[in-house]
Design a protein around this ligand. Structure first.
Ligand SMILES: *Cc1c(COP(=O)(O)O)cnc(C)c1O
Length: 228
């Protein structure tokens, strides 16, 4: 049986090789352990090995783990699709929300964010116009970014993407990186300073994402093994 330690070692090697190949520093790529369908004990084990950031897709499942692991002060990322009646729980429980794709959702997160808390958000872009998943179309992004950056209690940090199976990751991730740069230059300087995050790349394609400039990769299988 492969252990978590072995899988993490292999994963770090993949990340290091990818960084070296594109002349990047390993510490410029934040690893997010995607812990959906994994028990809280596995998250605790990964934390023992040095991981601090975890991603969850399903609120009920996440809420339990977050409560259970509260004393460890982990950083939690919401990476699932957002129903508007769930924004309050998301704003209360998570540090980052990667899947914001409508102004209505951003406004609700902003108004329901607990006092004194700053919620980091990413705009999810649907770069390949895939009707089966969320994300704003690339054409919508500029208006959304301008509106979202002005909302109180939120800090708009950049873009997130999930590529379609059919999209060549070498092309898809480069396209998102280019859009990320264009949007940054359209922002006011005060907001452009916080626009520093590109969340892209998973178990199957993280090398391509790192080559294109990902600053966060979201990895489940390569870290925790196959999901039930
Ligand atoms: C499940 C999931 C991942 C992790 O996928 P793996 O292929 O297991 O690494 C990353 N991002 C999102 C949005 C996911 O839902």
């Amino acid at each position: 049986m492969t252990t978590l330690t072995q899988r993490l070692t292999l994963l770090h090697e993949r990340m290091q090789t990818a960084c070296t190949a594109s002349n990047r520093k390993l510490d410029g790529v934040q690893l997010i352990g995607v812990s959906k369908f994994q028990p809280a004990e596995s998250v605790a084990d990964a934390h023992e090995l040095g991981l601090t950031d975890f991603g969850e897709n399903y609120l009920q499942e996440a809420a339990e783990k977050i409560r259970c692991l509260e004393s460890k002060h982990l950083t939690w990322h919401f990476i699932g699709s957002i129903q508007s009646n769930k924004t309050k729980v998301i704003a209360e429980s998570f540090d980052w929300v990667h899947t914001v794709d409508r102004i209505k959702i951003a406004r609700r997160l902003s108004s329901q964010c607990p006092q004194g808390k700053v919620l980091n958000i990413l705009l999810q872009v649907n770069i390949d116009h895939d009707a089966n998943k969320g994300g704003a179309s690339p054409e919508e992004c500029i208006d959304l970014v301008k509106q979202m950056s002005n909302l109180p209690n939120l800090r708009l940090r950049g873009l997130m993407v999930i590529l379609s199976q059919e999209t060549d990751p070498r092309v898809g991730y480069e396209t998102v990186a280019q859009l990320h740069a264009e949007l940054k230059s359209a922002l006011n300087p005060e907001f452009a300073a916080a626009w520093d995050t590109l969340s892209m790349g998973m178990t199957g394609d993280l090398e391509h994402a790192i080559a294109a400039g990902a600053t966060m990769i979201r990895v489940g299988t390569a870290l925790f093994g196959p999901r039930e």
